[in-house]
Design a protein. Structure first.
Length: 635
């Protein structure tokens, strides 16, 4: 393709912007934004314009800021796939860090579209959002709830967490109950949802009329949260079950009141706050900095916020890693003296190590991590694999997969090689078995057909890091569709729909309550027609096909889209070694979607490389909490 027709090239760019664009470091959009903001601020220094375009690129890749002193190293770690060869072709004329920092510090863009702290540079919008989030967290953490009877809380904790094995959940519930802002962290199977439901029962016992909101970043995650909370509520003592009733969950966008004409603004903000006393946000690792800023400003001063999630999973698609910034594993066992005393009153048999009081320490007081896995025995293959990935032990992860246990399987193949029929046999048989079960259920047309079809849909899932290529969603979706058609041919209607077609929603549709990432299936409506059914934890939601928005056939999906979901069995297609998407968090997130069996397809090199490559999102929130804490404590 000639340069004139390459959408990635900014043809009018010159100087450093053109050089970095043609090397594949900067996209055309990065260059255009950099040039436009530079023109608005009368900035002509090409090294400053390069910094501006690079921080736009950094934000596009999920980071909130760019450290100019480390830009050459960090930027090379996340070059787009198609640009890697170009980026490696020749050395680039990177500005000298010290001179670069000085030039940016003297730029007229500072205070406007750019902000700086030392060698770190932000877009003004994200600087302001980090400042807001840090301020809100510190102010809310400094205000301890005074509405609890600690004797009643102690009795409730002993009633709802009676077993010795429940100690980590009992402590976590006490920490969250005693904090205005709390984080309940833990991996899959550690009992986060069980702890949440019992925590809510404790708080409802103290205030039976308190209003509770359950929310998650995506519709799929919200549906799973609602289903899981209702399931765990059924196991509560009758009086606690009655207090909670049937709680429903929604997306954060819907909770805040999405306004299609207002971009990232919502109906609920600091002038129209949410009327809730308790807000629980599940899958909080997926919450971006912008969404966290919007949520915090919409909460009343006395509202409790409980963030639930796994900081080791993939962060938000948008910029920020708020949950990861709040969970500092090096100081989890430390509490400030006042908070430790209140915890001891609620749990007299447990003592806590104390740390010096500071505003940042007050935020850490509300963080609790669940570490006991209740889904898998510690010796199970999935548990050992997830632990090895989480701890960055690539060779251990490889050894677990090669052990060929009953719940793990490794199909070892070179990164650039096609799989042989023998290597494909296991995944092909599984795709066909689940696909045929889905088709047969969807074609029945009886009352139970939709539910059975949705259950079949969740039995196995192909997960890919990439969208294109030999290990991408497009390739494996087409392959899986062909396999299923060979085992159970179908005749689509004129509109190409057929009973048993799996669906993935790709955009939010608030009018009918479907959200990006929701999955469903086309089923026989029992009257000779077809209708789409989507799972919501209870009875399937049925949507006329004509009312569906943006959907595509679902035979494989990206790991990012799978967050908030669980499947009986999964097959993970590893990206090639060295791929920017081959990270520890990607692999950990994929593996922990499985309940019964994990199959990994790829090379040993790709596996070990991914485990040893944690995703590095550059943010300033953790340091900002520390700095503001120091400033506040010395003022």
């Amino acid at each position: 393709m000639t340069a004139a027709f390459q959408a990635s090239l900014a043809l009018r760019a010159d100087g450093l912007l053109a050089t970095f664009n043609r090397a594949g470091i900067l996209s055309a959009a990065d260059v255009h934004v950099g040039r436009r903001l530079g023109a608005m601020g009368a900035e002509v220094d090409e090294s400053v314009l390069l910094a501006l375009a690079l921080v736009v690129r950094s934000t596009r890749h999920g980071s909130v800021m760019l450290d100019l002193a480390k830009a050459q190293v960090t930027t090379s770690l996340d070059v787009d796939d198609d640009s890697q060869a170009q980026a490696d072709a020749a050395p680039l004329p990177w500005p000298l860090p010290q001179d670069w920092v000085a030039r940016c510090a003297a730029s007229p863009l500072l205070g406007g579209p750019l902000r700086m702290l030392g060698s770190q540079i932000w877009l003004g919008r994200y600087w302001d959002q980090e400042e807001q989030v840090a301020r809100e967290l510190l102010e809310r953490s400094a205000s301890r709830p005074g509405d609890l009877n600690l004797t009643t809380l102690n009795q409730g904790l002993n009633r709802l967490f009676p077993a010795a094995a429940d100690e980590d959940q009992r402590i976590a519930a006490a920490v969250c109950a005693l904090s205005r802002v709390s984080v309940l962290a833990g991996g899959p199977g550690t009992g986060k949802t069980t702890t949440v439901s019992r925590l809510l029962a404790l708080l409802r016992e103290q205030d039976p009329r308190c209003r509770i909101a359950l929310a998650a970043p995506t519709g799929k995650a919200a549906a799973r949260l609602e289903q899981a909370v209702r399931s765990s509520t059924d196991a509560l003592p009758p009086e606690d079950k009655t207090r909670l009733g049937e709680l429903s969950a929604t997306t954060l966008h819907r909770l805040l009141g999405w306004r299609p004409e207002a971009g990232s603004r919502f109906r609920h903000d600091r002038t129209n706050r949410l009327p809730m006393k308790i807000v629980v946000v599940d899958e909080a690792s997926m919450v971006s900095l912008t969404m966290m800023a919007r949520l915090l400003e919409a909460l009343r001063p006395a509202t409790r916020l409980v963030l639930v999630g796994d900081p080791d999973q993939l962060a938000s698609v948008e910029a920020g890693a708020v949950l990861g910034d709040l969970v500092d594993k090096t100081v989890l066992d430390l509490r400030t003296p006042q908070f430790a005393e209140r915890l001891h009153q609620a749990l007299p048999t447990i003592t806590f190590q104390e740390q010096p009081v500071s505003p940042a320490a007050l935020v850490r007081d509300g963080v609790a991590i669940l570490s006991t896995n209740r889904r898998f025995p510690p010796e199970s293959g999935i548990a050992r694999l997830a632990t090895a990935i989480q701890k960055g032990r690539g060779q251990d992860a490889l050894d677990v997969l090669r052990s060929a246990g009953p719940d793990v399987e490794f199909v070892e193949v070179d990164d650039d090689a096609h799989l042989s029929p023998e290597q494909l046999a296991g995944v092909r048989a599984e795709v066909q078995e689940c696909g045929v079960a889905l088709l047969e259920a969807a074609e029945r047309g009886d009352d139970a057909a939709a539910g059975d079809a949705l259950q079949a849909l969740e039995r196995h899932r192909l997960l890919c890091a990439h969208r294109r290529g030999l290990r991408g969603v497009q390739y494996w979706s087409a392959l899986a569709a062909r396999w299923i058609a060979e085992a159970h041919p179908v005749v689509p209607r004129a509109d190409a729909r057929y009973a048993g077609e799996p669906l993935l929603v790709t955009t939010n549709d608030y009018d009918i309550g479907l959200y990006n990432g929701d999955t469903g299936v086309v089923v026989n409506d029992g009257q000779g027609g077809l209708i789409a059914a989507f799972g919501r934890g209870g009875e399937p939601i049925r949507i006329p096909l004509a009312r569906l928005g943006a959907v595509r056939p679902l035979h494989a999906m990206t790991v990012h889209r799978s967050q908030g979901s669980q499947f009986k069995r999964i097959t993970v297609l590893l990206p090639p070694a060295g791929s920017p998407l081959g990270t520890r968090e990607t692999l950990y997130t994929a593996v922990t979607r499985a309940e019964e069996h994990v199959r990994v397809i790829g090379s040993a090199e790709a596996l070990v490389t991914a485990v040893g490559h944690p995703a590095a999102r550059a943010t300033g929130l953790r340091e900002r909490l520390q700095l503001r804490g120091q400033d506040d404590s010395t003022s």
